[in-house]
Design a binder for this molecule. Structure first.
Ligand SMILES: [Fe+2]
Ligand SMILES: [Fe+2]
Length: 192
């Protein structure tokens, strides 16, 4: 079981300490789906997918002030990003706060782009982006479409999710999500 891996067990303890139970359970479900997708698509480091899933939302309930109070240098707390994109902010600062748990750059990179996606993602980053969107408790029709596509064609699942996000946020969409859609909609066999 990936949760019994020592790094993952330490991460799970930390996440249970700092996040409300509902968010911790979401993190666990994302970890399990990301791990399953990593195995299914034969990624090189499937346990990284599990760890990234556990850690991805660690800063979800933080603010630049709470991060600074924990000793993170103020310029790394990115207050202007928080003001402009409060829902994206936790993804971009979360890796800094998780350095006490892991310095694995593959994991940190995946965490950084889990909310927005981006162009030219590494497979691990893509798996986390997709797993966060379609973990089993997300029960909308599009979540089911993305979940099925996640096994058939990871690029297609990525493009579907990016398109939904661009549609949802319109002119206010974060630049990386638009770049994600522009990239993945052009990949083979996408059909968008
Ligand atoms: Fe998130
Ligand atoms: Fe999440």
């Amino acid at each position: 079981m990936p949760i019994t891996d020592p790094k993952n067990a330490a991460a799970w303890n930390w996440i249970q300490d700092i996040l409300p139970d509902k968010r911790a359970q979401h993190s666990r479900r994302v970890a399990e789906l990301a791990y399953e997708l990593a195995l299914f698509h034969e990624l090189d480091h499937p346990l990284d997918a599990y760890l990234a899933g556990l850690l991805h939302d660690n800063a979800k309930y933080d603010t630049p002030e709470t991060l600074a109070a924990r000793g993170i240098p103020p310029h790394l707390c990115r207050p202007s990003l928080y003001d402009r994109y409060p829902n994206v902010w936790h993804a971009l600062v979360g890796p800094r706060q998780a350095l006490s748990i892991t310095t694995n750059t593959r994991v940190l990179n995946a965490m950084r782009w889990h909310t927005t996606g981006r162009a030219r993602m590494r497979p691990l980053t893509q798996v986390l982006f997709v797993a966060d969107f379609c973990e089993p408790n997300r029960d909308g029709a599009w979540h089911a479409v993305a979940r099925q596509s996640a096994y058939e064609n990871l690029d297609k699942a990525t493009a579907i999710i990016a398109q939904l996000l661009v549609h949802e946020h319109g002119d206010q969409c974060f630049w990386a999500t638009q770049a994600c859609l522009n990239d993945y909609r052009k990949r083979p066999n996408i059909g968008l």
